[in-house]
Ligand binder design. Structure first.
Ligand code: FES
Ligand SMILES: [Fe+2]
Length: 401
């Protein structure tokens, strides 16, 4: 059902009605008890994107990432054998967080407390006065975490034996992601924000275009046109718990001269490198649970939202690119894109937090999604299906939910 801008027509209500039309309960967007279920049913057992291979450029490179929702800190290493491995960043002597830095390059990792030293493969290499312990060194390796890579993006799964591999989890989307230039990215610009809002409420803001004309009257001008005043997407697709949309943009948009210049320069860079072309360049991927990927040929955009509590989340926004800028205009175009992203997000943030404050009051039993907010509905269904299955399993095991 992909349509050209000149014959623009929205996916109809009927097209997406298969996902239901009923109101959505408000509780899952603020209640602590629902969040506790999400923690166990989802975040302790699903694949979570945590970085990019360009952060591990050579043997000995490492990164450390917190996953607060699971009280976890994850150490990811690239070994001399080039292999990417992940471990709990927890010393096996008495549990101290092993590595304090966020990234670096090391031949080994030494715990500051009693100097146990581990290799990039997690093995305990040395420990002072170890003869006095009652355990074998071979039983003292760092606790491994399942890790895999798709399109250069590093994913981990905190389940000791994940029910699905990453490829099975992503399904046909994995192949689509591999066509994006992000798989060859060598560096990125990043900003990280914390927000007083539920992770789904935050992520939903980026899954619907309904708000664009009201919240982004200036920054979103290029996305709207007379025949599509809400800048709705031209296509939605669903892949298990994941979803995609194909974005529409107004070729006759009334952009500021500076926007025109930056976008024009980026288009030139893309055109000069045909290898960056991808049939999915206009698609936006919403990977379960909360990873947004826009695979534009230049500066692919990735935004992940991770919960900290039921009503607080952290977003990580990155623009990736390949190689060095050739000249100052390229650098400017890139910087401008990042500044635009920040401006747009600042506008979003205010309304997301206002929404959370309203929901926290308990005034609403239900919220409502229209047909063009179907991606938000789909996320809720995917989450709630897993939460209810987990709750049922606990009930069957004799545990009160
Ligand atoms: S806790 Fe790490 S060496 Fe003792
Ligand atoms: Fe927005």
């Amino acid at each position: 059902m992909t349509m050209q801008p000149t014959t623009y027509q929205l996916p109809s209500n009927e097209d997406v009605a298969g996902l239901g039309t009923t109101p959505i309960p408000a509780g899952p967007y603020y209640r602590d008890d629902y969040f506790e279920l999400e923690r166990e049913a989802i975040f302790r057992r699903t694949w979570i994107q945590i970085g990019h291979v360009c952060e591990l450029p050579e043997p000995g490179s490492f990164i450390v990432r917190p996953i607060e929702v699971a009280n976890a800190s994850i150490l990811i290493t690239r070994g001399k054998d080039e292999k990417v491995r992940a471990f709990h960043n927890v010393c096996t002597h008495r549990g101290t967080h092993l590595v304090a830095e966020e990234s670096g390059n090391r031949a080994s990792f030494t715990c500051r407390y009693h100097s146990w030293t581990f290799g990039y493969d997690g093995a305990l290499r040395s420990a002072p006065d170890f003869e006095r312990f009652y355990v074998d060194k071979s039983d003292c390796g760092l606790r491994p975490v399942a890790v895999d890579v798709c399109a250069g993006l590093i994913f981990v799964n905190l389940d000791k034996s994940p029910a699905q591999g990453l490829g099975e989890f992503l399904g046909p989307i994995a192949e689509q992601l591999e066509t994006l230039s992000i798989s060859r990215a060598t560096t990125f610009a990043e900003y990280v924000y914390e927000i007083d809002a539920n992770w789904k409420l935050t992520f939903d803001n980026f899954q619907e275009h309904y708000h664009l004309r009201f919240i982004h009257p200036r920054t979103g001008a290029g996305a709207r046109g007379p025949d599509n005043p809400f800048a709705y997407p031209v296509k939605f697709d669903f892949y298990g718990p994941h979803r995609t949309e194909s974005v529409w943009s107004n070729p006759a948009a009334d952009r500021l001269p500076i926007q025109q210049f930056a976008l024009g320069r980026l288009a030139q860079i893309a055109a000069a490198d045909v290898s960056r072309n991808s049939s999915h360049a206009k698609d936006v991927f919403f990977l379960f649970p909360s990873l947004f990927i826009q695979g534009t040929p230049v500066l692919p955009f990735v935004h992940s939202v991770m919960p900290i509590s039921a009503t607080r989340s952290r977003g990580v926004v990155r623009l990736y690119w390949i190689g060095e800028d050739d000249n100052a205009t390229e650098s400017f175009a890139r910087e401008y894109s990042m500044a635009m992203a920040r401006d747009v997000h600042a506008e979003d943030r205010v309304v997301i937090e206002a929404g959370q404050r309203g929901l926290n009051s308990g005034a609403l039993e239900f919220i409502h999604f229209q047909s063009q907010e179907v991606l938000c509905r789909h996320l809720f269904h995917a989450v709630d299906t897993m939460v209810q299955a987990h709750r049922a399993g606990r009930g069957a095991a004799g545990v009160v939910a």
